[in-house]
Design a protein around this ligand. Structure first.
Ligand code: ADE
Length: 249
């Protein structure tokens, strides 16, 4: 999978994109990250990529001409393929979720445009941006950190990047939070590991884990349960257990 990132600050990507799992994924050819500096498409002597807003007001606006030229040049990098989605990272976008990460992971290529300053000239948004995504209801200094969050969440879902089993029961995979994890020693200070995990009984372990996922979701994110119910993720046993805990659909 190819991630083409359009940014005014490509250096921000070293570190998060060059360590650990994403580093290995790139070395293994499972993902390619291409960073493009929008300033390279500015034609004036000072390579200006931003300007004051028409109508006045605070802050600067990313200019249409270099930004559009950058997007078009990057779209043209894969002339044989259908045009890749152009996703603007902005606090006004669709909230990014695990379900969206799964959808995006099906794409062969994503073009991510990192917004900066007060925003982007609206005409670029209207003509070249195909989707807008927000990573949460708060405002970052720019779209770079959001783009890295999106890349991380999407890339780990691609086959081979991480163990497929880790994905199937993790938080948000099927609308529930994850069960708690333990490793050696079996007794740490005065805290023992739940005995069922030492029993060697796979069925009992699986049932305990399922209940812990339900218990934890109800305690921490009860807002997730109606959706899990509506999408058929909850079995009869799940519903009976939730009813014991006081939750009914
Ligand atoms: N740029 C600034 N804030 C953002 C957010 N919350 N999500 C995505 N991009 C952003």
């Amino acid at each position: 999978m190819i991630f083409d990132v359009l940014t005014l600050f490509p250096a921000m990507f070293s570190g998060p994109m060059t360590e650990s799992i994403l580093k290995r994924a790139q070395q293994a050819g499972l993902m390619t990250l291409r960073l493009h500096n929008i300033r390279d498409w500015a034609t004036d002597r000072h390579r200006t990529a931003d300007d004051a807003p028409y109508g006045g007001g605070a802050g600067m606006v990313m200019k249409a001409v270099p930004t559009a030229a950058a997007i078009r040049a990057v779209l043209a990098l894969e002339p044989e393929a259908p045009p890749a989605p152009v996703i603007l990272l902005s606090p006004d976008g669709t909230p990014f979720t695990q379900a969206l990460a799964h959808e995006l992971a099906l794409q062969p290529r994503l073009i991510l445009l990192c917004g900066h300053y007060e925003g982007l000239d609206e005409r670029v948004r209207e003509t070249l941006v195909t989707q807008e995504m927000s990573i949460g209801d708060y405002v970052l200094t720019g779209g770079e950190l959001a783009a890295m969050v999106l890349i991380d969440a999407v890339a780990r879902l691609r086959p081979g990047v991480i163990d497929a089993e880790s994905i199937s029961e993790e938080s948000h995979s099927d609308g529930l939070l994850e069960y708690p994890h333990y490793t050696r020693p079996a007794l740490w200070e005065d805290h023992p590991v739940p005995p069922v995990l030492l029993s060697g009984h796979h069925g009992a372990v699986a049932r305990w884990r399922r209940k812990e996922r339900l218990r934890r979701t109800l305690a921490r994110r009860p807002d997730l349960l109606p959706r899990a119910y509506a999408t058929g993720q909850l079995s009869r046993d799940d519903l009976n257990f939730l009813a014991e805990l006081g939750w009914v659909p």
